[in-house]
Design a protein around this ligand. Structure first.
Ligand code: UDX
Ligand code: UDX
Length: 460
């Protein structure tokens, strides 16, 4: 078996950065170099002020502090890193296609292909190439063919090693994974990667499969998780109609050990870079094999999620006497979930967009998301001019600035700090009647009602 001395990872994003940091932390004898085309991103990874890393993840600063400069390096010298490495992880982004065949559904593999061509060009010795990015099933075949046909006659072994970490808990998930999945054809190459993970993961949690099972399992895991959220969100609407309480229903069904308690929290809708993208991908693949019933089944998970976001915005409008024009609505939270600064596909973006169509005045506070990011997210939708987005949306660094004189509060992200606010004082600051729309069922409903808020939560 080949002993790995040097690793390169292409892509210093949410997945590549934290994953490689932990691999380096746990394998001090392996040199790990993370490369990225984006100079600014690399500079941020190299920052001396660890609170300024490009990605906010609890505990990541300690891991980087331990390994960086010892055996963990961040660089823009992609070719140099490929040349030296025995094993190369590909962790570049694979966005949904915005053009051509499969537009809006299929994964755009252009960056993956660019990586493959670059590896093929540079490699002068045998390499193990590991797919870390989530990819459609059978991408490995395309990868292999590019590497073999354009390479310098060296041998490439392809492994699939999907990442299951969730944002906000990345470091804990990496330190204690439920499982590590490695798919491949060559047993020796598989063992080389197993050995790296064995440095801290119990062997029985390292699962090995064939390539295609591994690629597919990643899409399926995300599809199942998202499906649970859409399932409970569908029930949340039924609860609102019938007088049941969705948290009580979740608790009741979650006690069934066959169902289990996790991922049953009703919300304003799931977001994040993976769920929607991976399901669209699954749907696209199923359709490409003419499996219409399978495709329609999974597509419904997305349809319900879009419905949930729209429904929340509609509820706000209807409750506020069918007009929000010129009314100040305080948005608490913008990130797609707590403990991350990531906003990709966040429900907040779509709820905001709908309220802005009605000329609401939004004042947004999120503990970790910057104003630039919030405007970028809204501008990206191209619903209105960026001047209009700036006219209608204000971003503040102090939550109380958002709440003063607000007609309503909408909770979009479940940040812990929102619960700890002085809601009695907030009641004094807001316009009357004071509406609270809790998209996360986060706040203390009893207390807020006692304080005479008009309190509405998803699923009750
Ligand atoms: C990405 C994919 O989106 C996801 O499907 C996969 O599971 C893991 O990798 P993420 O790490 O969150 O997720 O993406 P992102 O934060 O956008 O990072 C990708 C990085 O790759 C960016 O920093 C980008 O600059 C870099 N990149 C992209 C390259 O270095 N070279 C390229 O050719 C393309
Ligand atoms: C997900 C998967 O969990 C992870 O394994 C995979 O590697 C990447 O995709 P992530 O997107 O970081 O991770 O976050 P996750 O915690 O799964 O939450 C996704 C979305 O679902 C969030 O918007 C969250 O708020 C929402 N959610 C989650 C709910 O609305 N209710 C729940 O019960 C759980």
């Amino acid at each position: 078996m080949k002993e790995i001395k040097k690793i390169a990872c292409i892509g210093a994003g949410y997945v590549g950065g934290p994953t490689m940091s932990v691999i380096a932390q746990k394998n001090p004898h392996i040199q790990v170099t993370v490369v990225d085309l984006n100079q600014e991103r690399i500079d941020d990874w190299n920052t001396t002020d660890l609170s300024q890393l490009p990605i906010y993840e609890p505990g990541l600063d300690d891991v980087v502090k331990e390994a960086r400069g010892r055996n963990l390096f961040f660089s823009t010298d992609v070719e140099g890193a490929i040349d030296e490495a025995d094993m190369i992880f590909i962790s570049v982004n694979t966005p949904t296609k915005t053009y051509g065949k499969g537009k809006g559904q299929a994964a755009d593999l252009k960056y993956i292909e660019l990586c493959a061509r670059q590896i093929a060009k540079v490699a002068k010795g045998d390499k193990i190439v590991v797919e870390k990015s989530t990819l459609p099933v059978r991408t490995a075949a395309a990868l292999k063919s590019i590497l073999d046909d354009t390479g310098n006659g060296v041998n490439f072994d392809i492994l699939s090693n999907p990442e299951f970490l969730a944002e906000g808990t990345a470091v804990a998930d990496l330190h204690h994974p439920d499982r590590v999945l490695i798919g491949g054809e060559n047993e020796e190459a598989i063992q080389s990667l197993v050995q790296i993970y064995e440095a801290w993961v119990p062997r029985e949690r390292i699962l090995t499969t064939n390539l295609w099972s591994s690629e597919l399992s990643k899409l399926v895991a995300n599809a199942f998780l998202a499906q649970r959220v859409s399932s409970i969100n569908a029930i949340s609407e039924l609860c609102e109609a019938t007088g049941a309480n969705v948290d009580e229903v979740s608790r009741a069904i979650g006690h069934d050990s066959r169902i289990g308690p996790k991922f049953l929290k009703a919300s304003v809708g799931f977001g994040g870079s993976c769920f929607q993208k991976d399901i669209l991908n699954l749907v696209y693949i199923a359709r490409s094999y003419n499996l219409t019933a399978v495709a329609d089944y999974w597509e419904q998970v997305i349809i319900l999620n879009d419905h949930q976001k729209l429904r929340f915005a509609e509820r706000i409008i209807q409750t506020m006497y069918n007009t929000v024009n010129g009314k100040k609505i305080a948005f608490l939270g913008w990130a797609f979930k707590k403990d991350t600064n990531d906003t990709r596909e966040s429900a907040a973006i779509y709820v905001a967009d709908h309220l802005l169509d009605e000329e609401a005045q939004l004042v947004v506070y999120d503990p970790k998301v910057t104003a630039e990011q919030i405007y970028r997210d809204l501008d990206y939708l191209k619903t209105r001019s960026s001047a209009d987005n700036r006219r209608l949306v204000t971003v503040v660094n102090d939550p109380y600035e958002a709440l003063i004189d607000a007609h309503a509060v909408a909770v979009l992200t479940e940040w812990d700090e929102f619960r700890k606010y002085d809601w009695m004082e907030i009641k004094q600051m807001m316009k009357k009647p004071s509406f609270v729309f809790d998209g996360r069922k986060l706040l203390d409903a009893k207390l807020l009602r006692q304080l005479n808020f008009e309190y509405y939560a998803i699923g009750e």
